[in-house]
Design a protein around this ligand. Sequence first.
Ligand SMILES: [Zn+2]
Length: 146
Amino acid sequence: MSRERTPEWVCQLRFYVICIPVGIIAAIALLPFAVPMLLGFGLTLVIFWNFTRLFTNAVVRVADPETYKAMRDRGVDPFVASLGAPLNFDSEEVRLRGLTHNASCPACADLLWINPGLTLTCPGCGACWHNDQWWKWNGSQWILIQ
Ligand SMILES: [Zn+2]
């Protein structure tokens, strides 16, 4: 049930695997120059992937620095998150949160991933998951949320 974001290298590998047939066909068509052609083709793919990733990150960073920082704090790469199938099959929720949810906050209904025995503070409202129960600070004491 728990599923983490697809790592960037997996998306990158899928991209190369999808492009390999093009390189093979071009190498057969340009047979006397197959080796330099394949080297150039591979280098072009690597440069294309990294330039596109840098460009996407730079655009998001310049256009909306606060959102960019928030995404980076959650471990989101704007470029990888922007990729669709067949490079990245993650659901929208997994892209944003990194994990699918297994609970919702009783105070604000925010979807969260909680682990038994671990303490978690809801980013939406500040309610606290502690001792396997939900607690809310009312200003002077912690109150159990039923
Ligand atoms: Zn909450």
